[in-house]
Design a protein around this ligand. Structure first.
Ligand code: SAM
Length: 397
């Protein structure tokens, strides 16, 4: 499925191989054996099924980039055939895995090169539920080295064996030299994966996406150069990369040192406002069309009018490399933008205590690695952690 030039047809022992490839421009390899053929059509309109094995390196396409009508049609069809409610936010490769499970015979095998995250992401939960309902056996081999250039996700070879009906999920790590190691847990470490939860009285909210950071967030130099005054901007944080892990409070002094003087994007323009100063309007009028040609901007009546989120009590970098994310008590009232998320509360909570609680948790052991070095904690996982804060306070007191 998504056969490309048919390279997966080389080397195997089989009676016949049928490749499905939508792109007529991907010509078959000259050395394709005579019992292998490639059909140029969409895998989802191919009628045949009952295959002994369905294999592939399906395309990875995020849900925003899929044609909505096509996506809904396919999701409904796969849902009807599997009895599962597909999450419309899943990546295209999840639809391909569903299709492979439907097209392989009842004792067949599905093997695909897909991002490892499908074993834990909520958007793929219907796929896991379908596999669990049938008690099929799953082996996932997570590559410990990046195998695709420029793809910021950990790849895996995932094998679903319909013959073995033991309902087991086995997780392996696969090194570049071919060495295999079995890991007990999906995280590849000793901890159980963090659960996902809804908002409680303390909650995490993803960083704002005002449009494009290039236009909406400025460095101090860019602010001055654009002739904008402090009343035209709000403090913001787009990355905590340069902040030392032991810095606990983003005070005015720290903000000046780490963000303003360090030339970081630290000013969010106040283009959300009903009243825009002449200076800011002049800046907006001079933004080249090409720069503001983002989906977010083009969908708005006024391309620059974003909705401003509340100032969070804590700033957290969702990506981290070891132990846990950086957490800062937000003493400057900075807005969280992009991959920096915020923690909010509906009561007068002491955020220093929440920071203390969060920075003691070994997140590294409890999340699925995102890429070789990079780990990422999801917003709903932070919510699950935050929902246990009050229990921790009682215990720790
Ligand atoms: C990641 S590439 C893998 C190609 C090949 N297996 C390889 O390893 O080189 C995914 C392939 O899926 C094809 N594709 C995308 N959508 C498809 C569809 N609906 N039906 C069939 N092929 C599709 C793309 O054209 C592309 O060639």
């Amino acid at each position: 499925m998504g056969a490309g030039d048919g390279r997966f047809a080389l080397g195997g022992r089989y009676a016949s191989y049928e490749g499905l490839e939508i792109d007529k421009g991907r010509r078959p390899l000259a050395e394709l054996p005579s019992n292998a053929a490639i059909h140029y059509k969409c895998a989802f309109v191919h009628d045949d099924n009952g295959y002994a094995a369905c294999i592939g390196n399906p395309p990875y396409v995020r849900h925003h980039d899929l044609n909505k009508t096509w996506r809904d049609l396919i999701a409904k069809r796969l849902g009807d055939e599997t009895g599962q409610q597909l999450n419309r936010k899943c990546n295209l490769y999840v639809y391909f895995l569903f299709l492979a499970l439907l097209k392989s015979r009842s004792d067949g095998l599905v093997s695909a090169l897909v991002p490892y995250e499908w074993v834990s992401r909520p958007s793929a939960s219907s796929l896991r539920a379908f596999i669990d309902a049938n008690k099929w056996h799953v082996d996932t081999y997570r590559f410990t080295e990046p195998v695709f250039d420029g793809v910021l996700t950990t790849a895996s070879i995932s094998v679903i064996d319909k013959r073995k009906r033991d309902g087991q999920w086995c997780y392996f790590q696969l090194a570049a030299n071919g060495d295999l190691a079995e890991c007990g847990q999906v995280t590849g470490a000793s901890g159980k994966i963090l659960p996902y939860d809804d908002r409680g009285r303390l909650w995490a909210m993803r960083g704002m996406s005002p449009g494009t950071q290039k236009v909406f967030t400025l460095t101090e130099g860019q602010r001055v150069h654009a002739g904008l005054k402090h009343e035209d901007v709000l403090p913001c944080v787009t990355s905590l990369r340069e902040v030392p892990p032991d810095l606990s409070h983003l005070t005015h002094t720290a903000f000046r040192k780490r963000f303003i003087d360090a030339g970081k994007r630290c000013w969010l323009i106040k283009s959300h406002s009903d009243t825009i100063s002449e200076r800011l309007q002049a800046y907006l009028d001079h933004v080249p069309k090409k720069q503001r040609n983002t989906t977010t901007c083009t969908l708005r009546d006024l391309w620059y009018r974003f909705s401003l989120a509340d100032v969070p009590g804590l700033l957290i970098s969702t990506g981290f490399t070891s132990f846990g994310p950086k957490v800062l008590v937000n003493s400057v009232g900075a807005h969280a933008v992009g991959s920096v998320c915020g923690v909010h509360s509906d009561s007068n909570i002491g955020f220093s205590r929440v920071r203390e609680y969060l920075t003691r948790i070994d997140f590294e052991k409890r999340v699925v690695p995102h890429a070789k070095q990079l780990k990422k904690v999801e917003i709903r996982q932070l919510n699950a952690v935050l929902n246990s804060f009050s229990q921790w306070e009682v215990r720790d007191a």
